[in-house]
Every structure is written in C-alpha cells, then in structure tokens.
Design a protein around this ligand. Structure first.
Ligand SMILES: C[S@@+](CC[C@H](N)C(=O)[O-])C[C@H]1O[C@@H](n2cnc3c(N)ncnc32)[C@H](O)[C@@H]1O
Length: 247
C-alpha cells in the first residue's frame, strides 16, 4: 500500500470523513458486505441478477473506491485479478491483506495505463470524486474494449434529498449543482443524464446500459440513513452505468 493522498478540497474532506468513520461504517455494514459481497447498492441486489460485470475469470479488475474490498475478495475467488483502491487507509485496514491494495485517490491513480479490463465501483470513487477527472482516469487505466461500471445515488435522489435524506419534493435545481457537501462533511458528485452521456462519449466510451435499482420486495438495508424501503419501491435511489472503452 503506497499512500498517494489526493490534494483537492473534496478529496481531503472525504479522506478525513472516511478515516474517522471507517470503524462505525464497518461495524454497521461490514458483516452484511462480507456475507453478500457480490451485490450492488444499499439493497444488496445480486450481481447474478444484474449481470453488470459478467464473467470475470482471468480479468484484471480495479475496484475504484473499495472500502474493505469485499467485492475484490469475492471477485478473486471467481478467478479475477482484482486491485482494491481507496484513499482511506483506515477503510483499507479492514480489507483482506492478501489482496493487492492501493491507498490513493481515484483522481490520481498510481497505476499503469491500459492495465485493466474492468474498472468498477459500488458507491466509490465515481460518487466521491470529480467526474471529469475520474472518467478520464478510467479511460487511461482501461484496455480497449474494457468495461467501466459504477453504481451511485440516482439523479432523482440527488434532486430530492434534503440534509436529512430522501424527500418527495424537488430540493435543488437540475442545473449546476454537480457537487454537494453534506452536513456530515462528505463531498459527493452527480451529473444530469445528458452530462454523463456527453462526458463518457468525450472519453471514448460507448454506453451499454443504465440500470435503475429498485428495492426488491421485503428487502432490508443496513443503510437506513441513506434511503428507506417505501421510497426505494417508488423511485430508484441508485443507478448503475455501464460503458465500454471503444479504442
Ligand atoms: C460508501 S463507501 C463504499 C465502499 C464499498 N463499495 C462498500 O460498499 O463498502 C465509499 C468509499 O469511497 C472511498 N473514497 C472516497 N473518496 C475517494 C477518493 N477520492 N478516491 C478513492 N476512494 C474514495 C471512501 O474512502 C470509502 O471507502
């Protein structure tokens, strides 16, 4: 683990937050993530239902903002060669130390060009970094034909969240609020759909899918402060983009 701290204000905010919060975060969610590691988002929707990553055997995979890298551990068991990257050394301290782990920001990844077949995250660097920078990093890190997949808070949740969580009213405008610093200090990013499409195209990606996640019937979450069940049955609280690097 070679620490390469990001120097942007939001990177500093998020590093301070996650280093301080990691013990509570893993106490609240770690057991569930360990138990269901190949599952997306707050409702733990299994990868084998969504088929976002597909067959990973023999592939080089970067988990881009990995926390305790539960995904990476499970992907290694499926024959992938994962690398877990996170800028919080405390979060990484919970990861399996047999995995290759990199302590760095998603905005300045100290890894070689064209060294991955998949770059993905589940509420990781694509949520907590500047998208203009992370999408360019993903292009640099992927081989031609490689897959970028990221799950993040949905744009409708972004528009309707107030400081206490999801509401049923618009709380902010569609335009010009692509970064929010929440009261707990976390800086988060999201873009309107057209802006994601244009950013991905400019960075040589062809978009394959945009999946709106719905809480499965009777599902339970450990992320109760993030969203409640009734809201997530009516609207997607999370969405997953998949895009393929063309050349
Ligand atoms: C909500 S956790 C999700 C991690 C993991 N997918 C999970 O489900 O536990 C978000 C992670 O993003 C990491 N993160 C925040 N800013 C980052 C950055 N600039 N670069 C890399 N990772 C970052 C945090 O340290 C944290 O571990």
């Amino acid at each position: 683990m070679s620490p390469t701290p990001g120097s942007g204000e939001h990177e500093k905010h998020n590093r301070v937050f996650w280093n301080a919060d990691a013990h509570d975060y893993q106490a609240a969610h770690g057991a569930r993530l360990d138990e269901a590691p190949l599952a997306w988002g707050a409702w733990f929707i299994p990868e084998n239902k969504l088929h976002v990553l597909g067959d990973v055997a023999g592939l080089d995979v970067l988990e881009f903002g990995c926390g305790a890298a539960q995904w990476s551990r499970a992907l290694a068991a499926l024959g992938a060669r994962p690398v877990g990257l996170d800028q919080s050394h405390v979060q990484l301290g919970y990861a399996d130390s047999a995995l290759p782990l990199v302590c760095a920001s998603g905005e300045a990844v100290p890894l070689r060009d064209a060294s991955f077949d998949i770059v993905f995250c589940d509420h990781g660097a694509m949520s907590f970094c500047e998208p203009e920078i992370t999408v360019a990093e993903a292009t640099r890190l992927l081989r031609p034909g490689g897959l970028l997949a990221f799950c993040l808070s949905s744009f409708v949740k972004w528009l309707t969240d107030d400081d206490n969580g999801s509401t049923r009213k618009l709380q902010r405008g569609w335009f010009r609020t692509h970064e929010i610093t929440w009261p707990d200090g976390v800086a988060e990013f999201q873009l309107p759909y057209g802006d994601w499409i244009s950013l991905l195209h400019r960075n040589r990606f062809e978009i394959e899918n945009l999946i709106h996640l719905r809480a499965p019937k009777h599902a339970e979450t450990t992320y109760t402060e993030f969203v409640d069940y009734r809201w997530s049955r009516r609207w997607p609280a999370e969405e997953i983009w998949t895009a393929r690097k063309t050349r």
